[in-house]
Design a protein around this ligand. Structure first.
Ligand code: GTP
Ligand code: ZN
Length: 217
């Protein structure tokens, strides 16, 4: 049987020493050291008792400990390395990660807010490992937050570390403190955005980013 002709795909000769990816570590900085789970459990038990909630039943006996561990988990950012690569091809269009899941905790009520983030940038001399956009979001979300600050912290940090031509962050989230209690505005979501560099100042880039993220049509 005759074999189909091959079209060889010629690769460029490898450079003798391929450049290594660059890392900038984002390590956890806690204001007061590691969480004291035993103290948090005792406090959670007192808190529940003060609200008239008994914890004597078999199913609630572990609740103060679970509360302590659950909040400790929500407030434990995972350290990671911000891996970047040289932008050898000179890619100069938008890189956009859409619909990154977000969970954080509002600093006023310590109730969750959950939603989605769209994070994009216009590359300069380096491109970013894609997963690092989601990791950066998770890192800044893992502390008591307000949505405005979270949005800006993600954008400012990426701008400072990557030095791209522009950064854009859009976050849409439901704050359970205003949907499940209080105002009980069930189903409402809040949108915030931070645009830096060309994504802020260049009309075409700005419009493309806002259209692709659904923040403007
Ligand atoms: N700007 C901003 N406000 C937030 C965020 N998360 C929660 N809040 C608001 O923080 C405010 C706290 O206001 P207070 O009046 O002290 O709290 P409250 O008495 O519980 O008010 P209600 O929630 O209206 O019942 C509320 O309006 C919340 O909706 C956020 O990410 N950004
Ligand atoms: Zn709140």
């Amino acid at each position: 049987m005759t074999q189909p002709p091959h079209t060889p795909l010629h690769m460029a000769p490898e450079t003798p020493e391929p450049p290594k990816p660059a890392h900038t570590a984002l390590h956890v900085v806690r204001s007061s050291g590691e969480p004291d789970l035993a103290a948090a459990e005792l406090a959670a038990e007192s808190f529940l008792h003060a609200l008239g909630i008994e914890t004597g039943s078999e199913s609630m006996r572990g609740t103060p400990g679970r509360m302590a561990r659950a909040y400790a988990e929500l407030f434990s950012p995972r350290p990671f390395d911000l891996t970047t690569f040289p932008n050898d091809e000179g890619y100069d269009e938008l890189v956009l990660a859409r619909d990154i899941p977000l969970r954080s905790v509002c600093e006023h009520h310590l109730l969750p807010f959950v939603g989605r983030a769209h994070i994009g940038y216009l590359p300069g001399s380096r491109i970013l490992g894609l997963s690092k956009l989601a990791r950066t979001l998770e890192h800044f979300a893992s502390r008591p937050q307000v949505q405005e600050r979270l949005t800006k912290q993600v954008a400012d940090w990426l701008q400072a570390q990557l030095d791209p031509k522009g950064v854009g962050v859009v976050i849409q989230a439901e704050h359970t403190c205003m949907t499940l209690r209080g105002a009980q505005a069930i189903g409402s979501t809040t949108t915030t955005s931070t645009l830096l560099g060309l994504l802020r100042t260049d009309a075409r880039s700005r419009s493309e980013f806002l259209t692709l993220t659904g923040a403007s049509s």
